[in-house]
Design a protein around this ligand. Structure first.
Ligand code: KG4
Ligand code: ZN
Length: 342
């Protein structure tokens, strides 16, 4: 089955052609990073306008690179939630227009689920596994039972991990997006220069929840309180924050591995591009740990097209009248609503 996948939830316009959820024939990404950089964050109006400008050329290029015509596409997919509403509407409208004009099925994809699928594009991973989703808007721990069945066991109760990277970088005016900038700065820093605090969330049914607002505030406003040496640099701040930020994830995953006796771990989302994070997960010696290839870690159409194949086989197409949503319920409680029904 040849699937065209479209991604436009935030600041990347992307289209990809993937066969049977695995064989990526093309994956074209038009990034808006330099357009948002002057504001050190994504400006939704600018994002929407740029998606509008880029969506058709990006789809055209993806088809061309894949050497596939619109008629040969079997399914058209687009991320339809969560994300910036303007971008979502543009991607979904493009997907539906193609589906309608070609008389092909359309499917709307949860962007978070597409991220979790991204390592499957290049690795063979068996179920069940513990999934760790680390993006700019979400931080989530799940038990994945099949491609389309997840149980959410924990989320952030405030900021997402990527958001903490972005806000800290913005505060210190070191560049945007914050994740790659902090990773670079940290290479020349002392990761033990500061002992930034980790919030203690040990309440029974919420034991896998995390918080990033406290550590973010500490790094921005209470630096002096946590320093362990005097002549520190921005590199030391970056390295110390990065170490503690990933300790938060690592500790929860270690706990989940023990509690559920599941020894396969999948880490995905934009933050999973971080090499220090990848290295720090090597400490999970009794587990197989999977990450997406770097090009599939941040937002891309291939993960949408790949996941759409499995979602379509399980649940069938969506109506052309189905909508978009800036948020998705269930990420802060126990089960995603989509799966609760089953
Ligand atoms: O998944 P993604 O591309 O978009 C969302 O769905 O949010 O993730 C973007 C987030 C941003 O917060 C960005 O700073 C972070 O991923 N990020 C990184 C790295 N590359 C991107 N964080 C840490 N280290 C990186 N190398
Ligand atoms: Zn994303």
């Amino acid at each position: 089955m040849i699937v065209l996948g479209i991604e436009s939830t935030c600041d990347e316009t992307s289209a990809s052609v993937v066969v049977d959820g695995k064989e990526v024939l093309s994956n074209v990404i038009a990034t808006q990073i330099k357009d948002h950089a002057p504001w050190a964050g994504v400006v939704p109006e600018i994002a929407s306008r740029l998606h509008l400008v880029k969506i058709v050329p990006v789809i055209d290029e993806a088809l061309k690179k894949a050497d596939v015509s619109l008629k040969e596409i079997d399914l058209v997919a687009s991320s339809n939630r969560p994300g910036l509403i303007g971008g979502l509407m543009i991607g979904v409208s493009a997907a539906k227009s193609i589906a309608f004009s070609q008389n092909k099925p359309y499917i709307g994809i949860n962007h978070i689920e597409a991220h979790l699928y991204s390592p499957h594009l290049t690795c063979d991973i068996s179920f069940p596994y513990i999934g760790v989703l680390t993006s700019g808007g979400h931080t989530m721990f799940v038990i994945a039972k099949s491609y389309t069945e997840y149980e959410v066991i924990g989320t952030t109760i405030d900021d997402a991990v990527g958001e903490a990277f972005d806000k800290i970088a913005k505060h210190y005016e070191v560049g945007y997006p914050g994740g790659p900038v902090i990773e670079r700065l940290a290479l020349d820093g002392d990761e033990n220069a500061f002992d930034f605090p980790i919030a203690n969330l040990y309440k029974n049914e919420r034991q896998f929840d995390v918080s990033y607002s406290g550590i973010k505030t500490a790094v921005i406003n209470h630096l002096e309180k946590y320093k362990r040496k005097d002549n520190y640099t921005i590199n030391d701040i970056a390295a110390s924050f990065q170490r503690r930020a990933f300790d938060i994830l690592y500790k929860k995953v270690q706990k989940a591995v023990e509690k559920f006796n599941i020894h396969t771990v999948v880490v995905a989302g934009g933050v999973s591009a971080n090499k220090y994070l990848r290295k720090s997960f090597e400490r999970l010696t009794d587990c197989k740990v999977f990450f997406p290839e770097l090009r599939y870690a941040t937002d891309n159409g291939a993960m949408v097209a790949g996941y759409a194949y499995h979602k379509f086989l399980t649940d069938g197409p969506d109506s052309l009248e189905s909508g978009v949503s800036p948020r998705v319920g269930g990420f802060k409680i126990s089960l995603m609503p989509d799966y609760k029904k089953k």
